[in-house]
Design a protein around this ligand. Structure first.
Ligand SMILES: [Zn+2]
Length: 385
C-alpha cells in the first residue's frame, strides 16, 4: 500500500448529503467492513445472534438523534449512500463499544450493574487483544503536538482513510483519521482543537452516544475546555480515554460506560496513555484482556519518550513508529506473530502540530509507510510564537 494518504474531501453543506456522498464513495468497503465488525462483535461480545446485535445497535439511533441532529443525519446519509440499514453503520462506527453493551438492554430495564463483573471477566480475559492505541501529548519546544497510533483488528487496515470535511459555506474545516463508513475516529478542527482516543474495556457498558459522533461534536467545540465539558455531560456506551488539546489547554479524560474522570491536565507537561485506566475507581469497572499489550506499550512509550525527548510532530512520528520489542511494539504487529488476521495491529497514525495547523497522517506500519502532510486550509488556531 504505497498510495498517498491524501484526505478525501467532503465539501457538502448539508450533513445528509455529505453522508450520502460518503456512503456512495465507499459503498463496497462500507458493506464489507460492517460485516467484518458484526462478525467480530458476535465473536467477542455476548450477543446470541445477528438479529440481537442489530436490535442493540438500533437502540443507539434515537439517542444519536437527540444528541446531534446533523451528525445523526450524516450517519443515516452514509447508510443510504452505501445502501445498508442505519444499524449496520452504527455497528461499523460503534463496534468497540458495542462489544461491551450487554443484550439485557433490550429488556428495557437498566440494571445498575448490567453484567456480573465475574461473567464479564470470564468472557473477556481470554479474548484476543481488543486493539489499543498509544496516544501522546507533548508540549514541544515551540509547538504542542498531539498524536496517536490506531491499533485495531488487522483486517480493518484496508478501510483506513483520512477525510477533510470542509463545507462550501462558512469557515468550518475538520481533518479526521477514520474508516470507510465512520464519522471520524480522531481529528483536528480549523479552530485548532484536536482529540485523540484510547479504547478502554469497561464492565458497565450501556446504550450511549455512538462514540465517533461524540468525537465529531467535540471537534466542533470552540475550545478544549468546551469539548471536555461536552464529554463530561454526554451519556456514553463504554470506556475510552480522550486527550483534548487546543494549543493552550490540555485535558485527559478517562471514562467507563457510566463514569468519567479527568485524569490529566496541564498543557506544559507531556502525557502518555494506552488502554488501561489510571484512575483507581475506574479500574474497578474495567477488564483489561489478558492478551492486551497495553501495560507493555505504556512502558515502551515511556522509555522511548525519555530516550528520544521528541519536540515536534516528525519526532513523535518516529517515536510512534518504533519497533522496539517487536511484534508487541508501539507500532504493533501482533497479527504477524500469531497468524490471525483479526489480531491487533497498528493500522495507521495521526499526529497534529497544534500551532501550525499541520497534520501527519498515514496508514499501516510507520517503518515502511511514509506520512502524508496535510495542512488545514482554514486554520485559525494557535500560531507559532
Ligand atoms: Zn510497524
Amino acid at each position: 500500500m504505497t498510495d498517498s494518504f491524501a484526505p478525501f474531501l467532503f465539501d457538502q453543506d448539508d450533513p445528509a448529503s455529505r453522508g450520502e456522498a460518503h456512503g456512495e464513495q465507499w459503498r463496497a468497503e462500507i458493506r464489507e467492513l460492517a460485516e467484518i465488525r458484526a462478525a467480530l462483535a458476535l465473536k467477542k461480545g455476548s450477543f446470541t445472534d445477528r438479529a440481537q446485535l442489530d436490535a442493540v445497535a438500533r437502540l443507539h439511533l434515537p439517542l444519536l438523534d437527540n444528541f446531534s441532529a446533523p451528525l445523526s443525519a450524516e450517519l443515516r446519509g452514509i447508510a443510504r449512500g452505501a445502501d445498508v440499514a442505519p444499524e449496520a453503520v452504527v455497528i461499523l462506527n460503534h463496534y468497540t463499544d458495542l462489544r461491551d453493551v450487554p443484550p439485557s438492554v433490550l429488556e428495557g430495564t437498566c440494571p445498575e450493574d448490567p453484567v456480573a463483573e465475574d461473567t464479564f471477566r470470564a468472557l473477556n480475559l481470554n479474548a484476543d487483544d481488543p486493539g489499543g492505541c498509544t496516544a501522546v501529548y507533548l508540549p514541544g519546544r515551540d509547538a504542542p503536538v498531539l498524536g496517536q497510533t490506531w491499533d485495531m483488528h488487522g483486517t480493518a487496515e484496508p478501510f483506513v482513510r483520512a477525510i477533510r470535511i470542509k463545507p462550501r459555506s462558512g469557515d468550518d474545516e475538520f481533518v479526521c483519521f477514520t474508516l470507510t463508513g465512520c464519522l471520524g475516529m480522531t481529528g483536528v478542527s480549523a479552530r485548532g482543537l484536536a482529540v485523540t482516543i484510547n479504547n478502554l474495556t469497561s464492565t458497565d457498558g450501556q446504550v450511549g452516544v455512538v462514540w465517533p459522533a461524540l468525537v465529531r461534536a467535540m471537534l466542533a467545540c470552540a475550545s478544549a475546555r468546551e469539548a471536555r465539558d461536552l464529554l463530561l455531560r454526554t451519556r456514553l456506551s463504554s470506556g475510552h480515554h480522550y486527550m483534548i488539546a487546543d494549543g493552550r489547554e490540555f485535558y485527559g479524560v478517562e471514562t467507563s460506560g457510566k463514569l468519567k474522570v479527568v485524569t490529566q491536565t496541564g498543557a506544559r507537561a507531556a502525557h502518555l496513555h494506552t488502554n488501561h485506566c489510571f484512575d483507581p475507581v475506574l479500574r474497578r469497572h474495567e477488564a483489561v484482556p489478558k492478551a492486551s499489550t497495553s501495560f507493555r506499550r505504556m512502558e515502551l512509550a515511556t522509555t522511548l519518550y525519555v530516550q528520544q525527548r521528541p519536540q515536534d510532530a516528525r519526532a513523535l512520528w518516529t517515536m510512534l513508529s518504533s519497533h522496539d520489542g517487536y511484534p508487541r511494539s508501539v507500532c504493533s504487529h501482533i497479527d504477524d506473530a500469531g497468524g490471525d488476521p483479526s489480531a491487533s495491529k497498528t493500522c495507521g497514525r495521526m499526529i497534529v502540530d497544534l500551532t501550525r495547523g499541520e497534520v501527519l497522517v498515514g496508514r499501516g506500519c510507520g517503518q515502511t509507510e511514509p506520512f502524508t502532510v496535510v495542512k488545514l486550509d482554514r486554520w485559525r488556531g494557535a500560531n507559532v510564537p
